[in-house]
Design a protein around this ligand. Structure first.
Ligand SMILES: [Zn+2]
Ligand SMILES: [Zn+2]
Length: 361
């Protein structure tokens, strides 16, 4: 355990995976972040590898150097002198962003559009970018003071706790699409996110139908609670979905893959007056032509959901900490931090049984 006293004294170096440019991850020694009086230092135990991390590593979206990783669970290693309510040794899940709650976006509950939300982040060094891919991550005062640290109950593992953040992101989409008991929901893509959607949709009393290209993922979707699961290439997909929804189509489609084909399938499979929600981030160069009368005559609502919601943090923690969904069933691989590049490679080209990959500093 690292104590604040040793931090303010001699410089201690720790390991981190530093993003040095597109597809360049460098396993380096960096100094432990210095903790200010209102800040908390967390020793990372587990960090989930997220699709958004992979995008940030593979595309020129952010200036290097940075340390990504944001699905963080760990142990408090140091606490600033003005911090109240947190002690060294406590187990915590870390939210990497907290909105300001005052700007026009926040007042309209569009928390993920808030500038404070976007610009203040946990950091292991360099430009703050999550910082979970390091041995120690620093939580800024704004995040500490506004509920960004969540105590992990004794019976919950760090692995499980690392799912609070992705659960929040998925939950936000479920709430935004107003998924309700008795509805049927199509989920395109049965990777770690699609499978989590299957679990959440079921938890909220709706029926999930999943599609994927991998037979193993189709099988897995059924195992975690989907009512039906199909090969996304099935030419009769729309007919099959209409057959199990009284000829109507599904109430909601959640797009968990960035594919225009999946979108057009969603149009064929979603009922009149239904909703299609974009969850996966599409490549910027991809444009989707759409006849506006599809939206007008069929009253299909198109919507997007990005990142998490401050309002749903407590519910997300409740769902994970009370095992209302079985997040452990999503874990397929564990990598030491030094092998993050290999983990990214595996996530890009998943094998039959690749789902959620967790990283261990
Ligand atoms: Zn994430
Ligand atoms: Zn705000």
């Amino acid at each position: 355990m690292l104590h604040l006293r040793s931090l303010s004294g001699e410089k201690i170096n720790v390991k981190a995976q530093v993003f040095r440019g597109v597809n360049q991850l460098s396993f380096e020694e960096i100094p432990v972040p210095q903790v200010e009086t209102d800040e908390v230092l967390v020793q990372v135990q587990v960090v989930g590898l997220c699709q958004s991390d992979i995008k940030k590593i593979r595309y020129p979206l952010y200036e290097p150097p940075r340390i990504f990783g944001h699905e963080t669970a760990g142990i408090i290693a140091a606490v600033g002198s003005e911090v109240r309510g947190w002690q060294v040794g406590q187990r915590v899940a870390v939210m990497h962003h907290i909105p300001c709650m005052r700007c026009a976006y926040c007042l309209n509950e569009n928390f993920s559009m808030c500038d404070v939300y976007k610009n203040i982040s946990t950091t292991a060094g360099f430009n703050a970018s999550g910082g979970g891919f390091a041995e120690y991550v620093k939580v800024p005062g704004h995040i500490v003071q506004n509920g960004g640290l969540i105590a992990i109950p004794d019976e919950i593992s760090f692995e499980e706790a690392s799912f609070v953040e992705p659960t929040n992101c998925c939950l936000k989409a479920v709430k935004k699409a107003q998924i309700a008991p008795g509805q049927t929901v199509l989920i395109t893509g049965a990777g770690p996110i699609g499978l989590m959607f299957v679990m959440l949709v079921k938890y909220f009393g709706a029926k999930a139908i999943a599609t994927d290209l991998l037979p193993s993922r189709i099988e897995k979707a059924l195992n975690v609670g989907a009512e039906a699961a199909f090969d996304a290439r099935d030419p009769d997909l729309a007919a099959k979905i209409h057959a199990i929804t009284d000829g109507l189509g599904v109430d909601v489609t959640l797009l968990a893959v960035p594919s225009d084909k999946a979108f057009f399938q969603a149009l064929d499979c979603t009922r009149k007056g239904g909703k299609i929600l974009f969850f996966a981030e599409f490549p910027d160069e991809l444009e989707i032509p759409i006849n506006p009368n599809i939206l007008y005559r069929r009253e299909i609502d198109l919507m997007g959901s990005y990142s998490s919601s401050y309002r749903l943090q407590a519910l997300s923690a409740d769902i994970v900490f009370h095992r209302r969904i079985d997040v452990s069933a999503l874990i397929s691989d564990r990598y030491p931090l030094k092998d993050l590049s290999a983990a990214v490679e595996q996530a890009i080209a998943p094998s039959a049984d690749t789902y959620k990959i967790l990283i261990y500093p």
